[in-house]
Design a protein around this ligand. Structure first.
Ligand SMILES: [Zn+2]
Length: 116
């Protein structure tokens, strides 16, 4: 999945989701993270990118996406280093940004995790 080439979409949502997640400091103290919906596919049966979220609150902003792949599997992606490096060892690994978003989004069959 390529995050740099976002699908054409409506204006970014003005509403945001806010949660606390373990921060990036050594003590992992919880801090506020903000999720802003950047894109949402309106066709529920479509393949490709279904949702794209911008996440801020840590050292860097990241993007979290939910994709329906060519095998009709739902797959979460995140651009954070945790996802990129740990997925090689555990393809089902979900980073804190994805887990934080799963607190809000409607439950679906647990999607696979895959590095960006
Ligand atoms: Zn992440």
């Amino acid at each position: 999945m390529i995050f740099a080439q976002q699908p054409k979409t409506q204006a970014p949502a003005k509403a945001v989701l806010i949660t606390t997640l373990p921060g990036s400091s050594r003590d992992k103290a919880h801090c506020l993270y903000e999720y802003r919906l950047v894109y949402r596919q309106t066709d529920a049966e479509a393949d490709g990118c279904l949702m794209l979220w911008q996440v801020v609150g840590g050292r860097e902003p990241y993007q979290v996406a939910l994709e329906r792949d060519e095998w009709r599997q739902l797959v979460w992606h995140c651009t954070c280093p945790d996802t990129i490096y740990r997925r090689d060892q555990n393809p089902r690994h979900l980073c804190k940004h994805i887990l934080g978003l799963l607190e809000f989004v409607p439950p679906v069959e647990r999607p696979l995790a895959r590095a960006a």
